[in-house]
Design a protein around this ligand. Structure first.
Ligand code: MCA
Ligand code: AMP
Length: 482
């Protein structure tokens, strides 16, 4: 019996995974994942080329069955980012689909092609899923304020606890068909969006890429019951819903619309509700903590808040001098700190960073919030201006600044997140050119960052200046930019 995904053994008669025209039932998912698990014996850690495909999902499930930790890779990672993640996590093989083309940086790794065609009755080895819940399951890379991304080690226990907590808050059941178009190299799309439905014994329908038309079809004629998305996606749905009756009907008919990864502006909440009658609920999570709070299906509807702590998660607010904020007045701001079985184990290879992230057993999220009389949390900002959330992706300013500084003709660089109606924040690069009469080309700077790090980390705007505002210590005062 699979402890993480019991439906692999029970095999309910329904699709488990739908990606475009590919649909896998539970018997075929189980057979394909077990066949892969058999091939993974002896591997210490593997990476997966996390395209939005059934192969990625089967690859992750197979590795979980084998007890082999998986590192999901963004297939659009630039050479520098990919080289860093591969060197840091040192996988012994790379799981790919049959047709994936790999860049040179990844081409040296032994490749294991994942199949999804294993016949349901194939004689494949029984899985070897480990018993201990503390065994690492996933290592997900996430950006920090400075330096390259860190690998967040997530145990089997953390995945199971968090998925069961949100199921409790959302009354998520085997009857739900989850629709989404999220990337599979982050927690939102992979853990909530793929392992979530599989743990419930339900169905996931992945759209490959986000379009309003595909959301309409998937929630409408294809019978989806839940939608997960980042605020940028809900913003685009809100823009369209007022003039698109089919979309409004599809959204209005869904059992649950859930937004997360960044704040959904009140205006988008209101536009969706007025066009469709449906309400979007927000939940708050982080790669290191998985899910912490959510508006509950059976609780008060509080748009603009991220709801109440999930069952099993301790949440507190702490002020600047480290004392606990006791007020539940909707006004007093403190840093959100979290404790519970949902937390990560460590940052891979970084004991110092792991120790720094905790205060007396509580994980310091860096998110600032208030709590109201009903216990609902409202996120009001972040401790650091060096963390940017754009399109739901967390992006570290320092990493982009270092990359920009390598570009010929750049003397100084600072990166900020500027409010943007579609992306939440858009990345702006402030550049002091070495020669103001011969400025580097803005599009070439964006291309440089996209190619070295990742396309979503590229500056959407470049502003040239003759000097950056600095304090007496020489630190750039980012709040003065813009
Ligand atoms: C553009 N493109 C480029 C360049 N410019 N490619 C290379 N070089 C360039 N200079 C390509 C892009 O790759 C993309 O290709 C297309 O052009 C459009 O890119 P872009 O404008 O960046 O996309 P977008 O339209 O802005 O994307 C919006 C989005 C996306 C779909 C909402 O931001 C997204 O998927 N966000 C999800 C983030 C997420 O899952 N976060 C979870 C982490 P193409 O057109 O082929 O795609 S947070 C988390 O996990 C925690 C636990 C939580 O709480 O959830
Ligand atoms: P990541 O490190 O990519 O997992 O992003 C985690 C961060 O996303 C959190 O620390 C928050 O800043 C932000 N976040 C996630 N969900 C929400 C939400 N519903 N509202 C506001 N911010 C959110």
């Amino acid at each position: 019996m699979s402890a993480l995904i019991p439906a692999l053994d029970k095999q309910p008669a329904k699709p488990a995974l739908c990606f475009g025209d590919t649909a896998l039932g539970y018997p075929r998912l189980a057979a394909s994942a077990r066949a892969l698990a058999g091939r993974l014996a002896g591997h210490g850690r593997v990476a997966v080329w996390a395209t939005p495909t059934a192969e990625t999902a089967v690859g992750v499930v197979g590795a979980l069955l084998a007890g082999v930790p998986v590192v999901p890779l963004n297939p659009r990672s630039g050479d520098r980012e990919l080289a860093h993640i591969l060197a840091d996590s040192a996988p012994s093989a790379l799981l790919t689909g049959p047709d994936d083309e790999l860049p040179e940086t990844a081409a040296g790794l032994p490749r294991i092609t994942v199949g999804t065609e294993e016949p349901a009755d194939a004689a494949v080895p029984e899985h070897m899923e480990p018993g201990q819940d503390s065994v690492p399951a996933l290592i997900v890379y996430t950006s920090g304020t400075t330096g390259p991304p860190k690998g967040v080690v997530l145990s089997r226990r953390a995945l199971a606890a968090s998925l069961d907590d949100v199921a409790d808050a959302w009354q998520w059941s085997a009857d739900d068909v989850l629709v989404h178009a999220l990337p599979l190299f982050h927690v939102h799309g992979l853990v909530l969006g793929v392992l979530g439905p599989l743990r419930r014994g339900g169905t996931v329908r992945h759209l490959g890429r986000f379009t309003v038309e595909d959301v309409t079809r998937a929630l409408g004629e294809q019978g989806g019951t839940m939608l997960f998305g980042v605020p940028t996606m809900y913003h685009r749905l809100a823009e369209a819903a007022g003039t698109d009756p089919a979309l409004a009907q599809a959204l209005g008919g869904a059992r649950l619309l859930v937004s997360g990864s960044a704040a959904l502006p009140l205006r988008d909440h209101e536009r969706i509700t007025s066009a469709t009658g449906a309400r979007v609920i927000e939940r708050y999570g982080m790669t290191e903590t998985l899910m912490n709070t959510s508006v509950r299906v059976d609780g008060p509807h509080r748009p603009g808040t991220v709801g109440v702590p999930l069952r099993g998660v301790d949440v507190r607010l702490v002020d600047d001098d480290g004392s606990r904020v006791e007020a539940s007045d909707g006004e007093t701001v403190g840093e959100i700190q979290v404790r519970g079985p949902n937390l990560f184990t460590e940052y891979l290879n970084r004991p110092g960073a792991t120790a720094d992230a905790f205060a007396g057993g509580w994980f310091r999220t860096g998110d600032m919030a208030t709590r109201d009389a009903e216990g609902c949390y409202r996120i009001v900002g972040r401790r650091s201006t060096d963390l940017i959330k754009s399109g739901g992706y967390k992006i570290g300013a320092g990493e982009i600044e270092n990359c920009l500084l390598e570009y010929p003709g750049v003397r100084e660089a600072a990166v900020t997140g500027v409010s943007d109606p579609d992306l939440g924040e858009r990345i702006v690069a402030w550049i002091v050119p070495a020669d103001d009469a011969d400025r580097p080309d803005a599009a070439a700077l964006a291309e440089h960052v996209a190619g070295r790090l990742a396309p979503h980390k590229r500056p959407r705007e470049v502003r040239f200046t003759t000097a950056l505002p600095r304090n007496d210590m020489g630190k750039v005062m980012k709040r003065e930019l813009g």
